[in-house]
Design a protein around this ligand. Structure first.
Ligand SMILES: *[C@@H]1O[C@H](CO)[C@@H](O)[C@H](O)[C@H]1NC(C)=O
Ligand SMILES: *[C@@H]1O[C@H](CO)[C@@H](O)[C@H](O)[C@H]1NC(C)=O
Ligand SMILES: *[C@@H]1O[C@H](CO)[C@@H](O)[C@H](O)[C@H]1NC(C)=O
Ligand SMILES: *[C@@H]1O[C@H](CO)[C@@H](O)[C@H](O)[C@H]1NC(C)=O
Ligand SMILES: *[C@@H]1O[C@H](CO)[C@@H](O)[C@H](O)[C@H]1NC(C)=O
Length: 328
C-alpha cells in the first residue's frame, strides 16, 4: 500500500517495484456473484440511430451483417424489450463484423451503468457475438467502480432482428464475479500520458461528418510518451499505444483500448492492458486494467485518469494516470 503523503510519481513508481513480492502472497479470494438482465437496442437506421458504420470493404455494403464492417455504438440498455422503458445504462464502444460469412461480431465495449443501483460503474465486454445462434456468450473481462476486477460472462439472445435495415434488440443475461477488494494486495503509481491524439489526427470516422475528438465514432490511433512527471523532459517510463474511439453520441465519452508498454526500468518489456470508457471532460474517470505481460503477468485492476493540462487548439494534453493493480 502506498502512503498518501507520497507525492512524487518517481517515488510511487519505485514503490511498485518494492511491492511486487507482496503481491505474490495474496490470500485466497472471496467471490461475490452478481446477475443483471437488460435489453440492448442496436439501431442503425430509422429514428435515433445508435450504431453507425464507419468503414468496411470497398465495393461492399457497410452493414452489420457484412464482413469487415466497423461500427461504433452508443446503444441504450433498458429494463424491458420496450425501447422507451427505463434505461439502466449504455453499451459504448465498437464492434466489427469478423466472420467471412458475416455471422459474427467482435465486441469491444463498456456497459456503462446509469441507473440508481449501479450508477457510474461499468463492465468491460469482449467476445464473439455469433448472432445467428439463439444463445451465445461473450466475456466480462473487467469492470470499474463497484465492479472493479469483475470477471464473468454474458449470455446474449436476439429478441428482435430486422437484418435488411440492420436493427436489433439483444437480451443480455450477465453473470459476473468479483474478488473481495479487502483481501487484495495492490499498489499505486503515477504516470503521465501526453495524448497528442487530436493533433496527430483521426484515422476514421462517420463519413460526411466532422472528424474530431468530440464527434461520435471518431477513431484515433496513439503512441503517447509516458513519463514520470508532467515535465516532458522527465524520465521516460514507456508508451501508451493503442486506440481511442469517441463512443458517446454527444461526444462526451471515449472508449480507450491501449497497452502501457514499459520501455524503462525494471518493467521494461512488460505491458499493462487498459480498456474502458473514459469521459475526458470529467475530472476523474476510471478504466480497467484487464491484464499484463512480463513481470506484470496476470495484472488486474483499475486506472484513474485525471487531466492535468490541455491545449485544445493543438490537441495536446497531459493526463495523470494512477494505476492500482494486483498481480496474483
Ligand atoms: C492512486 O489511487 C489510490 C487508490 O485508488 C490512492 O490511494 C492514491 O492516493 C492515489 N495516488 C495518487 C498519487 O493519486
Ligand atoms: C427518438 O428520440 C426522441 C427524443 O428523445 C423521442 O421523443 C422519440 O420517441 C424517439 N423515437 C423512438 C422511435 O424511440
Ligand atoms: C448518476 O450519477 C450522476 C453523476 O454523479 C448524477 O448526475 C445522476 O443523477 C446519477 N443518476 C442516478 C439515477 O442516480
Ligand atoms: C441467466 O443465466 C443464468 C446462467 O448463467 C441462468 O441460471 C439464469 O436463469 C438466467 N436468468 C435469466 C433471467 O435469464
Ligand atoms: C487495495 O485497494 C483498495 C481500493 O483502492 C483498498 O480499499 C484496499 O485497502 C487496498 N488493499 C491493500 C492491501 O492495499
Amino acid at each position: 500500500m502506498v502512503p498518501t503523503s507520497l507525492t512524487t510519481s518517481a517515488t510511487i513508481f519505485f514503490l511498485l517495484l518494492l511491492a511486487i513480492p507482496i503481491c505474490l502472497e495474496a490470500k485466497p479470494l472471496k467471490l461475490k456473484q452478481t446477475q443483471v438482465v437488460f435489453y440492448m437496442h442496436d439501431w442503425e437506421t430509422g429514428a435515433n440511430v445508435t450504431a453507425i458504420p464507419i468503414a468496411g470493404l470497398p465495393k461492399k455494403p457497410w452493414a452489420v451483417g457484412t464482413f469487415a464492417t466497423i461500427i461504433p455504438i452508443d446503444d441504450a440498455l433498458t429494463e424491458t424489450i420496450d425501447r422507451n422503458s427505463a434505461q439502466i445504462g449504455r453499451a459504448q464502444g465498437i464492434y466489427v463484423n469478423s466472420a467471412l460469412d458475416g455471422s459474427d461480431l467482435h465486441f469491444l465495449m463498456s456497459v456503462v451503468f446509469t441507473n440508481k443501483q449501479y450508477n457510474g460503474s461499468s463492465l468491460e465486454i469482449q467476445g464473439a457475438d455469433r448472432f445467428f445462434n439463439k444463445y451465445r456468450e461473450v466475456s466480462v473481462v473487467s469492470g470499474t467502480g463497484m465492479f472493479r476486477l469483475a470477471r464473468g460472462y454474458a449470455i446474449l439472445e436476439t429478441v428482435y432482428l430486422d437484418l435488411p435495415v440492420s436493427n436489433a434488440i439483444i437480451r443480455w443475461n450477465v453473470t459476473f464475479f468479483q474478488f473481495s477488494t479487502t483481501l487484495n494486495h495492490n499498489v499505486s503509481y503515477t504516470i503521465l500520458i501526453r495524448c497528442a491524439c487530436s493533433r496527430n489526427g483521426a484515422v476514421l470516422s462517420v463519413p460526411g461528418k466532422i472528424w474530431s475528438f468530440t464527434s461520435f465514432g471518431t477513431v484515433f490511433v496513439t503512441d503517447d510518451p509516458i513519463t514520470e512527471a508532467p515535465d516532458p523532459n522527465s524520465a521516460p517510463v514507456g508508451r501508451g499505444r493503442g486506440m481511442y474511439i469517441t463512443s458517446a453520441l454527444d461526444g462526451s465519452t471515449t472508449h480507450v483500448l491501449i497497452s502501457i508498454v514499459f520501455t524503462n526500468g525494471q518493467f521494461s518489456g512488460s505491458t499493462l492492458e487498459i480498456q474502458g470508457s473514459s469521459p475526458p471532460f470529467q475530472k476523474y474517470r476510471e478504466v480497467s486494467v484487464v491484464s499484463g505481460t512480463g513481470p506484470l503477468r496476470f495484472a488486474r485492476g483499475y486506472a484513474i485518469f485525471e487531466t492535468g493540462f490541455v491545449d485544445t487548439p493543438i490537441g495536446y494534453s497531459v493526463i495523470k494516470c494512477n494505476v492500482t493493480i494486483r498481480t496474483a
